[in-house]
Design a protein around this ligand. Sequence first.
Ligand SMILES: [Zn+2]
Length: 143
Amino acid sequence: MILSARSDDPKKREAALESFYRKEVQNETEKLLPVLTAMTGLSPASITVRKMSRRWGTCYHREGTVHLSLSLAEYPPACLSYVLLHELLHLRYPDHGRGFHAALDRFMPGNRAVASELNRLRRLSYGAWADPQTPDPPENDLP
Ligand SMILES: [Zn+2]
């Protein structure tokens, strides 16, 4: 896919790309969330899509909020499904304990392969969205 922008200003071009990525992730999330909520019985109070330098997603289980990385727009749809399910399960299981992984295996039997692929892709693209001015929240890092 080729995106074109009228501006030569790198900041404006980056902002346009971020806006495109945000809409892509939001649109896919709107399709996925009802399916995952029906499967798990879990529904977040809010979901935001944001630039995150070190994580694909974060869940604040006490507040019921989920943040998803803009970078998920660059990867196969299964990656967003996996991260969204992962973060939704943190609403019930705050850590990565046995209950969390049992639920992940139950609701997405191929989750380990998707997580491996996501980690492989992260190594290939890590840094593309790094922004030291806005560090990611400190909880619920992906495995
Ligand atoms: Zn996690």
